[in-house]
Design a binder for this molecule. Structure first.
Ligand code: SIN
Ligand code: CO
Length: 385
């Protein structure tokens, strides 16, 4: 078994050139104490009704004896598990840890909108989710304890899986590399690279995954946009056509008329990308609040006891070129006519409006109206400080 290359992740040029989307490697990561969770804190998140949690039991003897359950989980769910061979995995944990940005920021040489979430797993001794591939890139940072990772050569998307089990486990896994990660060590795994992590004693892992929409997801989004914007009068039209002699035949002119209709369904690629990439991972249950008015928003912007910022689930991105500026928030697009890029950039990355941003928003009616819409849709919130 070979060792994986150890890289300096801060050498961004080298990492992007040699490893990103290409080859696995290991590196030293930043995992501050404040961003780490105790196992019972993770179990607390897994008990939340809107959490996305999974319990995976690894077979002890029989190869096929995988058991998988979906959360939320209560204390009794763990009682039956025993001391070894299981893993609790929770997605979207960044929404619950205030200092998650400290983990994310080390990867800001990649677009933040490409990031999916922080998934945290607790594994009992010998716990593993099995050898598998993911469609996403992932950085897995080791928290408390140790895990042994074995890595293989990339496999095809249709590689055979163990049949009739609820877990995606490769039927054949031929590892070529191995590494044991201790606290603060990390591994980068590109899409379709088989990997298997096995816990040595109890251990915690923090995975930063990257979202990459598939062609069919992009087409679905495109179709949704066309569906929402197309007029019933936009349809096939053959006004001025000549009488046909072959009544069952589609002629070249008929085909061209269809091409003209389909041409009307053009959607800008940045809109499809922005909307797909800003769709929230999970939305926590929110208290029902009545909509606020523009007057109330103006008062809130002046009130030092109120903070205005994005909700925990909110994802934002923007696009700009010579003709337009578009901001994307939780899967919707907003065209802006009167905003500086630097202002939108700050808005997309802030955790709450600070003094200068409040002043800018207050003086920009377009942005103020947008903020009001976001607040009333639950994308942003006024929070008491
Ligand atoms: C884990 O955290 O146990 C699994 C992560 C992965 O393999 O993607
Ligand atoms: Co994986």
């Amino acid at each position: 078994m070979n060792a994986l290359p150890f890289v300096d992740i801060n050498d961004h040029e080298l990492f992007m050139r040699e490893y990103w989307q290409k080859a696995p490697c290991v590196f030293k990561a930043n995992l501050p104490e404040s961003a780490q969770l105790a196992p019972d804190e993770l179990a607390g998140i897994a008990a939340e009704p809107s959490s996305d949690a999974r319990l995976v039991q690894t077979p002890v003897k029989k190869k096929k004896d995988w058991r998988v359950a979906n959360g939320p989980f209560c204390a009794q769910d763990y009682d039956i598990l025993g001391p070894t061979h299981w893993t609790l995995l929770v997605r979207g944990v960044d929404q619950y840890i205030e200092s998650a940005p400290e983990i994310f920021n080390q990867f800001n040489f990649l677009p933040a909108w490409r990031r999916e979430d922080l998934m945290v797993s607790f594994a009992a001794n010998k716990g593993s989710v099995g050898a598998h591939t993911d469609f996403y890139d992932v950085f897995i940072i080791q928290g408390e304890g140790q895990r042994r990772w074995r890595i293989g050569e990339p496999v095809a998307a249709d590689a055979e899986l163990i049949a009739n089990i609820d877990q995606k486990v490769l039927a054949q896994f031929d590892p070529t590399h191995e590494v044991i990660l201790s606290e603060g060590d990390a591994i980068y795994i590109p899409p379709m690279v088989p990997h298997e992590g096995i816990s040595i004693g109890q251990s915690m892992s923090y995975s930063v995954g990257y979202r990459a929409p598939s062609l069919s997801e992009a087409i679905d989004q495109w179709a949704d946009i066309v569906h929402d914007t197309a007029q019933p009068t936009q349809r096939y039209s053959d006004e001025g056509a000549k009488p046909t002699e072959k009544t069952n035949r589609i002629s070249q002119s008929d085909r061209f008329r269809m091409v003209q209709l389909l041409d009307q369904a053009k959607v800008n690629a940045e809109r499809i990308l922005g909307e797909l990439m800003t769709q929230p991972v999970i939305v926590q249950e929110q208290a029902d609040t009545s909509p606020i008015t523009m007057g109330e928003l103006s008062e809130m912007l002046l009130d030092p006891t109120i903070e205005i910022g994005p909700a925990a689930h909110t994802r934002m991105a923007y696009y700009t070129d010579e003709q337009s500026m578009q901001v994307f928030c939780n899967g919707s697009t907003h065209l802006l006519a009167n905003a500086e890029e630097s202002l939108i950039d700050a808005l997309c990355s802030c955790s709450a409006l600070d003094g200068p941003l409040i002043a800018e928003v207050t003086n920009n009616n377009e942005l103020k109206a947008l903020l009001l819409e976001w607040i009333n849709k639950g994308h942003w919130g006024p929070y008491e400080v």
